[in-house]
Write a protein that binds this ligand. Structure first.
Ligand SMILES: [Zn+2]
Length: 393
């Protein structure tokens, strides 16, 4: 089958699927699945598995210990696939199933549609993207024409930095021809071609308790030290280079009349250039190691990390291809937010992010999805896949 006839069949079939997409989306939004709710995230996984198997795909499970399992829905390729080394090069459609919402949110705020917009927890970020990926996979399973093996990778812990998903994503990216990450599309039909990297850290300071009235001089104030460290850490911000430091959480002390024996701060570092990471981290480590208040001790731990999404020549070709096959004009945007696409780009896989249906106000009760973008976004992804070869990808 040539590309034109496969494209005509696939886009025509997808054009008939909006109602079916909404039904699948409704069931997924109404299933609880915050990042720490493994059972819930896996229940959404069971829905994806059932759909994919019904539509002729094979589904593999990579077990998660604490967080949701990763699922790989596979459509093998018949005929010669493009290969890099001796690895089959998979065309990867990626997305995360977990949401940021507390348990019970779908009961309080179930899926609704009003005036062309859908609402509910995770409706845009990113259950609509998962639905889009599922229907693109189903379209290729039904109509054929894929230029290589397709993999739908459905992960379970992105919203907390992918502590377990990262290794699975990196392994997938190592053998990937291209990666489409279906985070929500930006209003105005935007996709994301660059993202900041992020490092999330916690530091603990130890001082010495003493009565602040009766025995002041015996105390060593961890809170006094915390104040010095916050100021020094914030001073590392360099907006021109896109480097920001935010101590967003602090705690400490025992009582108002006790010299504080402990204190804690949590740091969010964001950066644009991959090479800036180690330089800033070195400076943070030096600040943590140096005691301004004599006698205090401090230690630093990294709690989570995302790599920046960067655009190399191949990723730029993928963006140009995507833009050329989308019916609506597409804008490439930069985001300070982090996502799993940073890991795939870091592994050298040409990556494009936020190709999911368009939505906004993610992580809030006002989160919305533009229902009219479900089909066109799926069609654009399918067309881009069909034309990878022509784009030299
Ligand atoms: Zn997301």
């Amino acid at each position: 089958m040539n590309t034109e006839s496969a494209e005509a069949k696939i886009t025509a079939w997808l054009a008939t699927q909006q109602d079916a997409m909404l039904r699948v989306l409704e069931a997924m939004v109404n299933t609880d699945g915050g990042s720490y709710d493994k059972a819930g995230v896996d229940a959404v996984g069971a829905q994806i598995r059932a759909f994919c198997e019904e539509h002729g795909l094979k589904v593999e499970t990579v077990r998660g210990e604490r967080y949701g399992d990763c699922l790989r829905a596979i459509l093998p390729h018949e005929g010669p696939a493009k290969s890099r080394g001796n690895q089959a090069q998979n065309i990867v459609l990626m997305g995360h199933r977990d949401t940021v919402f507390p348990k019970g949110e779908p009961q309080r705020r179930p899926f609704t549609v009003k005036d062309g917009k859908a609402f509910g927890p995770g409706v845009a970020d990113m259950k609509a993207g998962l639905v889009m990926n599922m229907f693109v996979l189903a379209a290729f399973a039904k109509c054929g024409g894929a230029p290589g093996p397709l993999v739908g990778l459905f992960t379970g812990d992105e919203e907390i930095g992918s502590p377990e998903g990262r290794a699975v994503i990196e392994e997938e990216a190592r053998g990937a021809r291209v990666v489409f990450n279906s985070e929500p599309g930006r209003p105005g039909n935007g996709v994301v071609t660059g993202r900041k990297g992020g490092v999330f850290m916690v530091f603990d300071i130890e001082g010495k308790a003493a009565h602040s009235g009766g025995n002041f001089e015996a105390g060593i104030s961890a809170i006094g030290e915390l104040a010095h460290k916050i100021t020094a850490i914030h001073a590392l911000t360099d907006l021109k280079r896109g480097i920001t430091l935010n101590v967003g959480l602090v705690s400490g002390g025992q009582s108002v009349n006790t010299v504080a024996p402990h204190a804690q701060g949590q740091i969010d570092l964001r950066y644009v250039n991959p090479e800036d990471r180690d330089e800033v981290m070195g400076k943070i480590e030096a600040i943590i190691a140096r005691a301004h208040v004599p006698g205090t001790k401090a230690k630093l731990a990294i709690k989570g990390e995302f790599r920046p999404l960067t655009q190399d020549a191949a990723a730029a070709r993928l963006f140009d291809l995507y833009r050329s096959v989308s019916e609506a004009p597409v804008e490439g945007m930069f985001s300070g937010g982090c996502a799993d696409s940073g890991f795939t780009a870091d592994m050298g896989a040409p990556t494009i992010c936020a190709v999911g249906p368009v939505g906004g106000n993610a992580h809030s009760p006002e989160e919305w999805l533009d229902v009219s973008t479900l089909v066109p976004r799926a069609q654009a992804a399918a067309r881009a896949i069909l034309r990878l070869e022509e784009a030299g990808l």
